[in-house]
Design a protein around this ligand. Structure first.
Ligand code: CU
Length: 148
């Protein structure tokens, strides 16, 4: 009986390890949005053994997910939507506050600290679909920046 249960468990874990063949996704988190906000930013690290591009992201927690870049422009933070995000082979790309991020738009319900948000990342290799990787991102309050 116990053996059967173990077999079941390993079967359930399989799709996740298979997904790791496409690209490695780590440190996924969503910044806790202010109360009433319709959008939230998500951050993670991507790494692939082969050149890939992140072509599309979806989440059951939001109507749409966009890939954004952020840069300073005349003392103003400017966000821009990217059509895709290129990954070079073996070179990690970090999405982090102040830079690249995923934007969850039109949240289906308010997020609270500790919630898990599923992000489904779709990758292309050239024009071919390479596959999708799902990752659970934890909702966390932003790290406080010290000002003196
Ligand atoms: Cu954004």
């Amino acid at each position: 009986m116990r053996k059967l249960a173990l077999l079941f468990l390993s079967l359930m874990v399989m799709p996740i390890s298979h997904a790791a063949d496409i690209a490695k996704v780590s440190d996924a988190w969503v910044r806790l949005p202010p109360p009433g906000a319709q959008v939230a930013a998500a951050y993670l690290t991507l790494e692939s053994k082969q050149a890939l591009s992140l072509s599309n992201v979806t989440s059951p927690a939001a109507e749409t997910v966009e890939i954004h870049s952020m840069s300073m422009h005349k003392d103003m933070m400017e966000m821009r939507q990217l059509p895709a995000l290129a990954l070079e082979a073996g070179k990690p790309v970090k999405l982090e506050p102040g830079g690249l991020h995923l934007m969850l738009i039109n949240l289906k319900k308010p997020l609270k600290e500790g919630d898990k948000v599923l992000l489904v990342l779709n990758f292309n290799q050239g024009k071919q679909v390479a596959g999708a990787v799902g990752v659970q991102a934890t909702v966390k309050a932003a790290v406080k920046v010290h000002t003196h």
